[in-house]
Design a protein around this ligand. Structure first.
Ligand SMILES: [Zn+2]
Length: 204
């Protein structure tokens, strides 16, 4: 089934032009890979930014610029082929930590984005998560299962972006564990002792 919740156009445009923080780009990429609508839209944004580049005035080249560039190419390390494996297969996960009964969290190693917190969170079917608010932006793509919160119902492939003002308590739906890929800016602020304990253990 095609996803029903997509990134807003400004998020998708930033993703296509490569200006999103890498951790946040990873979460948008997880959605885009499985969403024909956003793949098409993102390709259209890429084409537009390519045209914008082509429209830049030509600069006069220094006479030896080409020879210079060729020399640098010769000296450059071999070019690596792009990794064509699906995004999830390329994620480097840190050991998974159980943070509450039925809930585990595994940080995603993002060497290019040490300031982003990127992690997989799995919540057993029928378990509520801790009510919490955010101190910054959060992107989420559902990888498996489904959940419901104040913003609606989100199933596999769906994307959700929340800002600092939202306080919510997602609840899993159906009989499958719900696994989501998150990127968050700032720490989550859990309401209640259990939530605070879970987030402290998860270090998210
Ligand atoms: Zn989409």
């Amino acid at each position: 089934m095609s996803p029903r919740h997509h990134p807003a156009p400004d998020i998708l445009a930033a993703y296509a032009s490569g200006t999103l923080d890498p951790g946040f780009g990873l979460v948008v990429g997880a959605h885009v890979e499985g969403c024909p609508v956003c793949r098409k839209q993102s390709a259209a944004f890429e084409a537009v930014s390519g045209e914008a580049l082509a429209a830049l005035p030509e600069a006069a080249l220094a006479p030896d610029a080409l020879a210079d560039a060729m020399a640098r190419l010769d000296a450059a390390p071999p070019i690596h082929m792009p990794d064509r494996r699906p995004l999830l297969a390329r994620l480097v996960l840190k050991p998974r930590k159980w943070v509450a009964p039925g809930v585990w969290c595994a940080a995603v190693d993002t060497p290019h984005a040490p300031d982003n917190r990127v992690y997989l969170l799995s919540v057993r079917a029928g378990m509520p998560t801790a009510r919490h608010s955010h101190s910054g932006q959060e992107f989420c793509t559902v990888l498996k299962g489904a959940y419901r919160d104040e913003l609606g119902t989100f199933a596999a492939g769906d994307f959700a972006a929340t800002g600092g003002e939202l306080e919510h308590q997602p609840v899993t739906l159906g009989d499958e564990d719900c696994v989501c890929l998150f990127a968050t800016e700032g720490r989550l602020k859990a309401q209640g002792l259990i939530g605070r304990l879970a987030f402290a253990l998860a270090d998210v």
